[in-house]
Design a protein around this ligand. Structure first.
Ligand SMILES: [Zn+2]
Length: 431
């Protein structure tokens, strides 16, 4: 047996695996393939996973019974062999709510299996340090209409949250968010209570989820070694190594924004001096612009982007200066992680056309020849929504790891939603 699991792992489980465990593993492999690969014929599933056709038929039958996939008409094949039915995920078979809480905006989306976005909303968020309770209330008010508008028969399976700060996945705590002014917030539990969903509501650092989204659905899907670097007020980074998210001992790896880049630099909100984000984040950009921009946040950035597009020299020089520092830090990351690709998101995605030259130059000056020769630096393929899409993928993790759990009873669900248990298979779609 072979084929990647949801984290890109390949190969058979160890010897002595019980038959039920092996079946659940295979079920997870097949559903993950369909979730990321779109529609596939049974024979493509067999060749892609290394499982034989009768095993694939059994697994697809089980996924049909769980309401997670549907089958379409068989593909017409030339030559010997039977036509092979086409299988695809049912978006309503498992639906999640994705939440992104960043400094300048709150975004929510309802996403079905296979990555189908039912609905998506993003609103600007005031810069003032709102309390966690206020933010959670804002998120719930944004999310409720989206959940209420889902198809009647959808199966709601969970919530995934990305937040700009250091998180502890073990207890769904936001440990420290210097740019929100929050410490030790039980964000997962607060959201579960406000949304009236069954806990746990998993919480992760938004840059880690941006990396996950770029790895699964971005500009270089499947790239085994990927670094996502996102700019907002600060800098966030998420790292994928050999197809696996790099989490670290406490789950807070990748805080590259708070690595030292300028010992003679400025005080950072984290308490240290000369962190990368003090030289290459939004604060640094606005500092270089000086007094020309009086506001902060998205409106200021939109103004600056217009000025850059119009060729304003002072604006372009300020962008190039943060690009240089950004590039130096990326060069450090290239030396440490030897990535296939570095994806730039958030602020750096918005300003990429004006940053590209200085970023590449800065990175080239710092990176060693060997890791530099194989790396590509690109803007995000998902725009500013990488962390939101990553939050959805994060929320799907449990269902993809063990699809049978979608049929298990769960006592709570968002108000106004339905839950289908052990759904009977519907007739194949005639398309
Ligand atoms: Zn810092």
């Amino acid at each position: 047996m072979s084929g990647p699991d949801i984290n890109g792992n390949s190969g058979p489980p160890g010897r002595g695996v019980a038959a039920d465990e092996l079946r659940r593993h295979n079920l997870a492999v097949v559903l993950s393939r369909l979730h990321l690969g779109g529609r596939l014929s049974r024979s493509e599933l067999a060749s892609g996973t290394g499982l034989n056709r009768s095993t694939i038929a059994d697994l697809v039958g089980e996924l049909l019974a769980l309401g997670l996939v549907e089958e379409g008409p068989a593909l017409v094949v030339s030559g010997p062999g039977r036509p092979s039915p086409v299988v695809r995920t049912r978006p309503d078979g498992a639906v999640v709510l994705a939440v992104e809480l960043s400094v300048d905006s709150i975004a929510v989306a309802t996403v079905g299996l296979g990555g189908h976005v039912y609905n998506h909303l993003r609103i600007e968020r005031p810069r003032e340090h709102l309390s966690p309770a206020e933010a959670v209330n804002d998120i719930a008010n944004l999310a409720r209409p989206l959940i209420a508008s889902l198809p009647t028969q959808h199966t709601f399976v969970g919530v995934g949250v990305g937040v700009v700060g250091i998180t502890r996945r073990s207890d769904r705590f936001l440990h420290f968010a210097p740019n929100l002014g929050w410490r030790d917030v039980p964000l997962g539990e607060l959201l579960a209570a406000e949304l009236q969903v069954e806990p746990p509501v998993p919480v992760a650092t938004e840059a880690d989820l941006g990396a996950l989204a770029e790895h699964r659905r971005g500009v270089r899907p499947g790239a085994p070694n990927l670094i996502y670097v996102s700019g907002e007020v600060g800098i966030g980074a998420g790292v994928i190594v050999n197809g696996e998210p790099l989490l670290g001992a406490a789950g807070c790896a990748g805080e590259a924004g708070h690595t030292l880049i300028n010992p003679a630099g400025r005080a950072c909100r984290c308490g240290a001096i000369g962190c990368w984000e003090t030289e290459a984040g939004e604060t640094a950009l606005l500092r270089h612009i000086g007094s020309q921009v009086s506001t902060t946040g998205l409106s200021a950035l939109n103004t600056l982007r217009k000025r850059a597009a119009a060729g304003d020299k002072a604006t372009l020089a300020a962008i190039a200066e943060i690009g240089r520092w950004l590039g130096l830090g990326i060069g450090n990351l290239i030396n440490v992680f030897n990535p296939d690709v570095v994806v730039l998101g958030g602020l750096f995605h918005r300003f990429y056309p004006f940053l590209e030259a200085s970023v590449v130059q800065g990175a080239r000056s710092q990176a060693l020849d060997a890791p530099w020769s194989g790396v590509t630096i690109v803007p995000s393929g998902l725009g500013i929504d990488s962390p939101l899409i990553g939050a959805a993928e994060f929320a799907f993790s449990e269902v993809l790891a063990d699809p049978a759990r979608v049929g298990l009873a769960r006592p709570h669900r968002p108000a106004g939603t339905s839950r289908r248990r052990n759904a009977q298979p519907e007739p194949p779609a005639n398309r």
